[in-house]
Each structure stands twice: as C-alpha cells, then as structure tokens.
Design a protein around this ligand. Structure first.
Ligand code: PHE
Length: 356
C-alpha cells in the first residue's frame, strides 16, 4: 500500500523584495515592493492614500508592482515592476507631508538603484523633484524646468486614446470616436484629459467620480452624472479611478461593449476576465491602456528620444491592443491571457529561480 504524502503548502515568493517601514521622520507606514528586476531596474509610481489596514496597503503594493512588470514588458521597456505605497492616516500638513516624502526618498535610496519611483495617485512632479534631490536618479517625472519629463498624465491620456481607438476599431469596426457614447469613471488628472479630447473629437462623454467634480466636468465640456455608470447604455466604459472596479456584480450589470481605461488593477477577482469574455464585453487589460506615462518618462529621461519619437511609441500602444485582441479572439482566450503570452514572448520574465 502506498503511503500518501500530506499535501505541503510550500511557501513561494514571487516578488524579489518587499520593504515595509515606519517612516523615521513621519511615522507613516511606507511599503516598497520590487516584483522583478530581470529586464532592468524596477519602476513604478508612489501612491499616497489612506488604507483600512496595513495588510490592505501591503496587498496593494504587491498587486500593483506585479502589474508594473507586465506593463514594462508589454511596452518593451528595459525595466521591471515596482511600486511604493504610503498609507497615510488622512490629510497631512505640508510639514508632515514633506517628512513623509523624505522618508520615501530614504527608502528608495537604500535600494541602490534597483528601484526608481514616479508619480501616482497622491503624488506629483514636485514630490519627484524632492525625492530626486535627496536620492539622485531615484525618481522619474520631475518638473521639466528641473530636467525631468514633467507630469506624466498627458502621456497616459494619449496612451488611453490609442488603446481606445484600437479597441473600438476591433469591436465596433469604426476608426472614429465621433458619436460614440463613452462613460468615464474617475475624473482625476488622466480622466479629465481623456474626456476633453474625446469631446473634442465628437464623442458623447458622461463622467462620474466619488468626489464632486461637476465644475471640472462642465469646464471640460462633458456631462456630469452621479450614477455609477456601470449599468449605463454605453459603447465604451473608461475606468480612470482606483482599482478593483470590475467585480463580478459590476460586470453582470455592465452594458458597455468595450472597457478600456487607465485605472491600475481593474479586475476585482481572478474569474472576472473570463466573465467579461462570456458577456462579450471586450476588456483591454489596464497594463496596456495605462502604459503611456511610463513610456513617456523612460523615453524622454533615459532613452534620449525626442517628443515626436516618444509620441510615436505611445501611439504604438494601439498596435499592441489590436494584436492582443486579435490573438484573444483567434485562440478563444481572454485579453489578459493574450497579454501575458505577448509579454512572455517579448523578454525575460522574473529572474530565474523565483517562482512565477
Ligand atoms: N503612475 C504611473 C505608473 O506607475 C507613472 C509612472 C511614470 C511611474 C514613470 C514610474 C515612472 O505607471
């Protein structure tokens, strides 16, 4: 009689590094995750926001840094994925905030070039200037006047446009956004730029946000709504807020034909990509749609590309979307699976010896 071995739940580590510190000056919990440096130093923005628990913040930094590895590989950049999360208790005074930024700079500096940060929700070019001042080379997107590539939002918005046009071309067989009904969830720095550019090209745009941004909406010429837009009759839904929007319930209610937007980590669970496919909703993985910002920063600050060459590379996000949607349709797999396959074919994955 053969003896049955007890099933072992072997611990495995997918990320290369995870650092969680209490900021020496600010007391703010700061987490930096390096998912992979196989293609080059890890890059990823610095997110500053309140979290319900430290565990939530750590889960977020692990998920976000993992997505950055895929994002860099799909954009063919010589980098891997990392991310910073600072779990602030609430609004900080200018002095507390500066202490926290200095604590973040210390942590980035302690990683000896294995990680370069950038702006994200809750941070901007001025913060990057401060991090770079204390840790030279530690941050992308300093203001242009200080030698950086500046705000990454216009480039991210440009990439979203490229992805959106490719997706509606694939699904709705149109090469123009004129007359399309487009809903944007999240009217922050990127959502606003996307909305204004779509209206300028003749789309019917409706937006919502958890904060009251109806004045900004009026200014951008888009329609404001307090509905969550998930059940609205739309051609395209653009998630442009924080992640986790596409839960099973949300997808069950969704009536849009296409979902494409810059929010990171949009899927609320593993099965959701499949559910979207079953409902014939074409979802463009956020790791492609949101890549314009990093493409711009890396091309301008590291690769010596001019604005024209950089824009062409951002616009090439459209071709990547077409390739992924075509492969997904042809093989009957989800766009996420197709994206993972394309990323795997474009370069090394996580360093040999790490579980994937
Ligand atoms: N928040 C963006 C991201 O994480 C922007 C960014 C630009 C980050 C450049 C790092 C470097 O993708």
């Amino acid at each position: 009689m053969s003896r049955t071995e007890p099933a072992l739940d072997r611990p495995s580590v997918e990320h290369e590094e995870l650092h969680v510190v209490r900021g020496r000056r600010s007391g703010v919990p700061i987490a930096v995750a390096l998912h992979s440096t196989a293609r080059g130093p890890a890059i990823g923005g610095c997110r500053v926001k309140p979290y319900a628990s430290l565990r939530d913040a750590v889960d977020d930094v692990l998920d976000l840094s993992r997505a950055m590895t895929l994002k860099c590989a799909l954009a063919d950049l010589p980098h891997g994925g990392g991310k910073t999360v600072a779990a602030v208790p609430g609004p900080l005074s200018p002095r507390e905030r500066q202490s926290m930024i200095h604590d973040i700079a210390d942590l980035v500096g302690s990683l000896d070039g294995r990680y370069i940060t950038g702006p994200d929700i809750g941070t901007g070019p001025e913060d990057m200037a401060e991090i770079h001042r204390l840790t030279p080379g530690g941050a992308f997107c300093r203001p242009e006047a200080l030698g950086g590539s500046g705000d990454s939002s216009p480039a991210t918005a440009r990439g979203v446009r490229a992805a959106l046009e490719a997706a509606v071309g694939h699904v709705l067989h149109t090469d123009s956004v004129t007359g399309l009904r487009i809903g944007i969830i999240g009217f922050g720095s990127v959502g606003r730029l996307v909305g204004a550019s779509l209206v300028a090209d003749g789309a019917e745009v409706v937006v919502t946000d958890i904060a009251d941004r109806r004045d900004a909406a009026r200014h951008a010429g888009v329609t404001w709504t307090t509905s969550d837009l998930l059940g609205a009759d739309l051609d395209v839904l653009v998630p442009a807020a924080t992640g986790g929007l596409l839960t099973e319930d949300a997808v069950a209610a969704c009536r849009a034909r296409v979902i494409v937007g810059p929010a990171n980590n949009q899927l609320g669970g593993d099965g959701v990509a499949k559910l979207l496919q079953e409902r014939s909703i074409t979802w463009v993985p956020d790791v492609i749609a949101s890549a314009g910002g990093i493409v711009h920063a890396v091309c301008r600050e590291e690769l010596g590309r001019d604005e024209l060459e950089t824009n062409a590379r951002i616009d090439a996000i459209g071709a990547t979307v077409t390739r992924i949607l075509t492969e997904a349709a042809g093989q009957g797999i989800t766009p996420l699976q197709a994206a993972q396959a394309v990323a795997g074919a474009s370069g090394p994955g996580p360093r040999a010896g790490t579980a994937t």
